[in-house]
Design a binder for this molecule. Sequence first.
Ligand SMILES: [Zn+2]
Ligand SMILES: [Zn+2]
Length: 135
Amino acid sequence: MSQYLEGGCQCGSIRYRLSGAPLLAALCHCSMCRRASAAPAVAWAMYEQGQLEFESAELTVYESSPGALRGFCPRCGTQISFRADYLPGLVDITIGSLDDPAKVEPTFHYWDAERLPWVEFADRLPRHAEFPPLG
Ligand SMILES: [Zn+2]
Ligand SMILES: [Zn+2]
């Protein structure tokens, strides 16, 4: 993996840069991610906040549940980030907003308990009913 990854929203107002490798990358099937992105599932990569640098306009933040902040482009609506009180110092970035999403490959599924019955990814990655313990 190259040292830097870049990404942004659909309209180009939001641009960011990530340094180094993610702590983890996974597919979330929870109903909140589904609604926020209007997509069947969302692929997230988790980083330490120090690895993330914005080079552009500010994200607009929506508190989707208490202490959980979803960042998106105020112009085009692309969901970019997720931060939560229970993940201090960490930030999730949508893999789909990377310029080259193929470079970050999810290694498990989580919130599989809320997965839509017609969503079947053809992989053999581990599946967790909710979020697995970190570390
Ligand atoms: Zn945008
Ligand atoms: Zn989720």
